[in-house]
Structure formats: structure tokens, C-alpha cells
Write a protein that binds this ligand. Structure first.
Ligand SMILES: Nc1nc2c(c(=O)[nH]1)N[C@H]1C(S)=C(S)[C@@H](COP(=O)(O)O)O[C@H]1N2
Ligand SMILES: [Mo]
Length: 416
């Protein structure tokens, strides 16, 4: 291409009425530094909360030996995972608003100035792509929609580290701007004003937050815009959080689960039929075995289970997908069984299910959890014999633990 031709091409890029680079394309005074900072700070708080609660959930499922997981408070995981899903959902409208707001920055030219600008720009890719991927994959996961073949947990986990790293870098770059715009509310350059190329050609008086801004067709004030984003965020949260926070259950129109719907008035993750255990769980020859590094291996039949089930505890099933319920469980204390079998104190115990295959067919109790007096092999739920979908003849319920580790249809405890 000749030089004049290239220049003409560039010129048409910046003047063509349908292209984002045209003059004055981003005139909306809603695109304001201060709004961008407020949304950015809100996203920062939501993402950090979501990150740490997610990390905690990851550690529960992939424990590190020197970092023991406490058994108290028993409802801790229920709370952290509820918060994880709630902050993830709440961040959706904020993320969309923030991206819309700063979009002129992304398409403005020159793309960056100097080395610092280059790094800042490069860092935006993992930040934007990561944020979008995390919220999208998270929502798909709680809707139990897995359109991809790779592991949700692994990708969600690693992308979270990359995104949070990029967010910390972004915050370092933006720290001064954010502080300045948040502490000096009176000066209001819009993002477009700051870039003469995208340039807002309009003149504007400094206005306060509640003034409807004077671009034709736009009646929304900055305050109105912020309120709309907050309202969208709160609405999404309130219409989903009832799946774990029962008082808001009736408002949980968008939640995939109702904490009071299912066999025995409780939701089910994987039914006995889906797990292929119906026959095995109803078999009169069922046995519960305690074996491994024990002095006296135990074999209990259904009558033995019934006779010994005299411990009751209030504990929760808190699914990683953000729904949960708390119930009264009756059963046998795992610690009592270990004592009876003559297991040494401080042992780790693998809990195995009748379920022939599948990722959730077994789980591990660390020494603290195995010894806790409120770790049960439950035979009853809210005073009734456990429904087969909830794990009959018996299921594990331990304190402060993700639902996926509360193994159903238990047939074996292996002391290691
Ligand atoms: N054997 C087995 N146990 C299991 C599962 C499973 O698929 N197989 N699902 C787990 C998951 S992900 C959850 S959330 C809880 C749900 O318990 P509930 O169906 O009794 O509510 O069971 C857990 N126990
Ligand atoms: Mo779950």
C-alpha cells in the first residue's frame, strides 16, 4: 500500500460512522473517570472475596498436609461457599458496566505510551479475558451446564490465579488515578474527553452526580447509572442466594435449587439411579466394613447399623455449586467406630461408596475430621430413615466440609 493510500485508510477508520474509532464515538459523559473508579473498586472487592473463598474451597478438595482444615465452626464452608457464589454472581453486572465504561480506552490510539503503558496494556488481556471466563464458567457450572470437555475445576482455579495476578498489577497501575478521582469528586473529565482523538466535541459544564447529562437521547445521570448497576447486581444476588440462605428461598427465582425441594424435603445432587447404586443400596446383604490399619476390622450389617445409630448432630450439606441445607442427622460417630476397631489416634480415613465409579465415590477424612465427635455416618435425616437418594443405608456428614466430600451410600472406611 502506498503511503497516501494508507493514510486515507486510517482516516476512514476514524471517520466512518459505524466504526468505534470515529471522532466523537464515545461522547457519553457516563464514561467518567470517577464512575470507572467506583466500579473498579467494587469489582476489586467482589473479585477478592470470590478469590479467597474459592481458594478455600479448592484447599478443602485438594488439602495441603501442613495446612489442616478446622472442624469448627461446622457451618464455615457453607458460609464461605455461599459467599463465593453470591459475590461471583453480584460481580456480573458490575463487570459488564465497567467494560462498557472503559471500552473507549481499549480502542483508543495510540494503544499505549511508553514502557509502563505497554505493560499496563498487556496486563489488560488476562484481566478482561480472565474475568469474563471466570464469571461465565462459574454461572455455567451452577446451572450444571458443561459445554466443554476440559475440567471445570482445574480451569476455573488456574484462570483465577492469572486473573487475580493481573488485577493486582492493574490496581498498582491505577492506584493513583483511583485515589485521585475518588477523593476529588468535583473535577470530572469523561474518559472520552481525556482522549482528544475519540474526542467528545461537546462542551460541558462540570455537573454533580445527580444532573442528567446533556447528550441528546441520554437522560441517565451518573448517579442513576451507578444505582442501575447496583440494582442489577442486588437483583441477581437476591434471586439466587435463596438456594443457600433459606429465608430468601421464595425470591430465588433464578436459583437452580430450592433448599426445601426433593426427597425428604431436601435437594439431591446425584440420585441413586444416576449413580447406579439402587440395587446395591437395597441389598439385604449390605455390609459396612472398617478396615486398613486397625487392630480389629469390623463388619456391620443393617441391623448393627440400626442398633448403633444413636448420635444426633445438626450439620449442613453445602454443595460447591452454592446451594446448601442444614439438617438434623442421626447415625454413628465415626470416631466411635474407629475406637472399636482399635485404630490408632491421628489416622486418616478413606470413605468409600457402593457407587461403582465416578469422581465422588470416595472422600478422605483428615485426622482432625476423623476424630471429631460430630463426624457421622448418618442413617437418618430429620428423624426419618435416610432416603436412598440421600445415601441409604448410610452416608458421611462431617462438619465444615464441601458437599462433594459428604459421600453417600458408604460401605467402607479404610484407615490409612
Ligand atoms: N457416592 C456419592 N456421594 C456423593 C455424591 C456422589 O455423586 N456420589 N455427590 C456429592 C455432592 S456433589 C453433594 S452436593 C452431596 C449432596 O447430598 P444430597 O444429595 O443428599 O443432598 O452428596 C455428595 N455425595
Ligand atoms: Mo455438590
Amino acid at each position: 500500500m502506498t503511503r497516501p493510500a494508507r493514510a486515507a485508510g486510517l482516516k476512514s477508520l476514524t471517520t466512518h460512522p459505524h466504526l468505534p474509532l470515529r471522532q466523537g464515538a464515545y461522547r457519553s459523559p457516563l464514561r467518567d473517570e470517577r464512575l470507572a473508579s467506583i466500579l473498579g473498586a467494587s469489582l476489586g472487592i467482589l473479585f477478592f472475596t470470590c478469590f479467597f473463598t474459592g481458594l478455600y474451597s479448592h484447599l478443602q478438595q485438594n488439602p495441603i498436609s501442613w495446612l489442616p482444615i478446622p472442624t469448627r465452626p461446622s457451618g464455615l464452608y457453607r458460609f464461605t461457599q455461599g459467599l463465593h457464589i453470591a459475590t461471583g454472581i453480584a460481580s456480573l453486572p458490575v463487570l459488564v458496566a465497567k467494560l462498557w465504561l472503559v471500552w473507549p480506552r481499549l480502542v483508543s490510539r495510540p494503544a499505549f505510551i511508553g514502557v509502563r503503558g505497554l505493560f499496563e496494556r498487556i496486563g489488560l488481556l488476562p484481566l478482561v479475558a480472565g474475568g469474563i471466563w471466570l464469571t461465565f464458567s462459574g454461572v455455567a457450572n451452577i446451572a450444571q451446564w458443561y459445554p466443554w470437555r476440559f475440567s471445570f475445576t482445574a480451569s476455573h482455579y488456574w484462570v483465577a490465579w492469572i486473573t487475580i495476578g493481573a488485577m493486582v498489577a492493574h490496581m498498582a497501575f491505577q492506584w493513583r488515578t483511583t485515589r485521585r478521582t475518588l477523593t476529588r469528586p468535583s473535577r470530572r473529565p469523561s474518559l472520552a474527553d481525556a482522549d482528544p482523538h475519540l474526542g467528545a466535541s461537546h462542551e460541558r459544564e462540570p455537573s454533580d452526580d445527580s444532573t442528567p447529562v446533556g447528550v441528546p437521547g441520554e437522560r441517565l445521570s451518573r448517579r442513576g447509572f451507578l444505582w442501575s448497576v447496583a440494582a442489577a447486581s442486588v437483583t441477581l444476588t437476591v434471586t439466587t442466594v435463596g438456594q443457600t440462605f433459606a429465608p430468601l428461598r421464595r425470591l430465588a427465582l433464578l436459583a437452580p435449587r430450592d433448599p426445601k425441594f426433593g426427597p425428604q424435603g431436601r435437594p439431591v445432587n446425584r440420585s441413586a439411579a444416576a449413580a447406579g447404586v439402587v440395587e446395591l443400596a437395597r441389598d439385604q446383604d449390605y455390609r459396612l466394613v472398617v478396615e486398613g490399619r486397625v487392630a480389629r476390622p469390623l463388619t456391620l450389617d443393617l441391623d448393627d447399623l440400626r442398633r448403633r445409630a444413636d448420635a444426633t448432630e445438626v450439620l449442613s450439606i453445602a454443595c460447591v455449586e452454592g446451594w446448601s441445607y442444614s439438617a438434623q442427622w442421626r447415625g454413628i460417630r465415626v470416631a466411635d467406630l474407629l475406637d472399636e476397631a482399635g485404630a490408632e489416634a491421628g489416622r486418616t480415613v478413606v470413605v468409600e461408596s457402593l457407587e461403582p465409579q465416578g469422581g465422588f465415590r470416595s472422600s478422605t477424612l483428615n485426622p482432625g475430621q476423623a476424630a471429631a465427635s460430630n463426624t457421622l455416618l448418618a442413617t437418618h435425616l430429620d428423624g426419618e430413615v435416610l432416603d436412598i437418594d440421600h445415601g441409604f443405608p448410610c452416608r458421611l456428614v462431617a462438619p465444615n466440609r464441601p458437599g462433594v466430600l459428604q459421600t453417600k451410600w458408604v460401605t467402607k472406611l479404610v484407615v490409612i
